[in-house]
Design a protein around this ligand. Structure first.
Ligand SMILES: Cc1cc2nc3c(=O)[nH]c(=O)nc-3n(C[C@H](O)[C@H](O)[C@H](O)COP(=O)(O)O)c2cc1C
Length: 345
C-alpha cells in the first residue's frame, strides 16, 4: 500500500451503510496529540465508549495526560456529528471511570456542515495568506469554540498576536533545549513513508510539509535542518501569516474539562474547515509548565488553565496524516456486530 492509498482508505467519505464501525473510523479522524491516537473504542449496540490508551501517552510533553484526555474529546466530537448523519443522536458524558460513554438513540438523520467537514479538517502547519477573516466567520468560529465549561478567546489584533508569538518562541526554545522533549517528539516523527505506513500513526514528514527521506539521510540532516533558530523563525512566519489565534480556556483543571475542551477545539476546527479556513496548534506556551501561568496572567484568566492555542487563516492543503484501521482500535461487543454492518440511516 502506498501513502496515498492509506490516506484514501482512512479519510474516505462515510459509508452510510457502514453502521457503527464507520462512526469509529470518523471519530479516529479527529485531531490528537502527536497523532499517537491514544484511544480504544468499545462498541455496543446502543453505546460507544472511548477509553484512554495509556500505552500511547507522552509523559514529557503531557505529564498529566491533559492532551490525552482532550484527544478523546476531539474523537467524541467527530462521533457526535457522524452519528447524526446516520440517524443516531449521540450523547457523550465523561464518566467517573475516566472514559467517555456515548449513548446512541435513533433520530432523524441530519447531515450538517460540520459533519461534511470531518474528512476535510487537518492541521495545516504551513504559512497562511495573511488576510483577515470576515466578522461573520469570526462569529461562527467563536460560537463553535465555546463548550461546556470551556470558553474561547479569538485574538486578531496584531500587537496581541505578536505577544502570543513571543510566548510561542519562548516555549519552543525551552522545548528544543529539553533533551527528553526532543527524544519523545522524534520518537513520534515518521520521517518517511515506510515508517509512517509501518505504524499508521505519528507525525509524518509529509503531513508537516516536509519531504519523505530515507532514515540514514534524516540522521545526517536532522540536526542541521531542525534548529532552534530555524524553528522559531518558521513559527514567526506562520503566526504572522495567520488571521488570528484562538485560545481555549476551561473553567476547572480536571479531566472532565480537558475532555470538554477537546470537544470544543475539534468543533472549532470543523467549523473552520467548513468555512475553508485552516487551523494549526501552537501549544508551546501551554505545554511548558513554567510558561503556562505567565501566559494565563497575560490573557487575564486568573488561575484558570489555558488548554490549547490554535492559529487560523486561509492557506494550502497539505498531505493528510494516517490513522490506524478500526480493527486495531475497536472491540465490537457481540450484540453490536449486526448494527455495525447494518447501519440505521
Ligand atoms: C491536544 C492536542 C495537542 C496538540 N498539540 C500540537 C502542537 O503543539 N503542535 C502541533 O503542531 N500540533 C499539535 N496537535 C495536532 C496533532 O499533531 C494532529 O492533530 C495529529 O498529528 C493528527 O493530524 P491531523 O490533525 O492533521 O489529522 C495537537 C493536537 C491535539 C488534539
Amino acid at each position: 500500500m502506498t501513502y496515498d492509498e492509506a490516506v484514501a482508505t482512512a479519510w474516505a467519505p462515510l459509508r452510510q451503510d457502514g453502521g457503527l464501525r464507520e462512526l469509529v473510523r470518523y471519530a479516529t479522524l479527529a485531531a490528537n496529540s502527536h497523532n499517537t491516537q491514544p484511544w480504544r473504542f468499545r462498541v455496543e449496540q446502543d453505546r460507544i465508549s472511548i477509553l484512554p490508551d495509556f500505552s500511547r501517552r507522552c509523559p514529557v510533553v503531557d505529564p498529566d495526560d491533559h492532551h490525552l484526555f482532550a484527544s478523546l474529546g476531539c474523537a467524541a466530537e467527530n462521533l457526535v456529528h457522524a452519528a447524526a448523519a446516520i440517524g443516531l443522536k449521540a450523547t457523550p458524558i465523561f464518566s467517573a471511570a475516566d472514559q467517555a460513554e456515548i449513548t446512541l438513540a435513533p433520530t432523524e438523520a441530519r447531515r450538517t456542515a460540520l459533519f461534511d467537514a470531518i474528512p476535510r479538517r487537518q492541521c495545516v502547519r504551513a504559512e497562511y495568506d495573511g488576510r483577515a477573516l470576515a466578522a461573520e466567520e469570526l462569529r461562527l468560529l467563536e460560537a463553535a469554540g465555546v463548550g461546556n465549561g470551556v470558553s474561547v478567546q479569538l485574538i486578531t489584533e496584531r500587537p496581541k498576536v505578536e505577544n502570543v508569538l513571543d510566548y510561542v518562541v519562548q516555549g519552543n526554545t525551552a522545548q528544543m533545549r529539553d533533551a527528553a522533549f526532543m527524544r519523545e517528539l522524534t520518537d513520534w516523527i515518521r520521517f518517511n513513508d515506510t515508517a509512517a505506513l509501518g505504524s499508521m500513526d505519528g507525525l509524518s514528514s509529509r503531513a508537516s510539509g516536509n519531504p519523505s527521506l530515507p532514515g540514514w539521510l534524516v540522521k545526517l540532516l536532522f540536526p542541521f535542518v531542525f534548529t532552534e533558530k530555524g524553528e522559531n523563525e518558521k513559527y514567526a512566519k506562520q503566526i504572522r501569516s495567520s488571521a488570528g489565534v484562538a485560545v481555549f480556556v476551561s473553567e476547572r483543571d480536571d479531566k472532565v474539562h480537558w475532555f470538554e475542551a477537546g470537544r470544543a477545539c475539534q468543533r472549532f476546527a470543523l467549523q473552520a474547515a467548513a468555512l475553508g479556513v485552516k487551523t494549526a496548534f501552537v501549544n508551546q506556551p501551554v505545554e511548558v509548565a513554567a510558561l503556562r501561568g505567565q501566559f494565563a496572567s497575560w490573557l487575564g484568566i486568573g488561575d484558570r488553565r489555558p488548554d490549547f492555542i490554535v492559529r487560523f487563516g486561509r492557506g494550502p492543503e497539505l498531505p493528510r496524516s494516517l490513522r490506524r484501521p478500526v480493527e486495531q482500535v475497536a472491540t465490537l461487543a457481540a450484540d453490536a456486530q449486526g448494527e455495525a454492518h447494518a447501519g440505521r440511516a
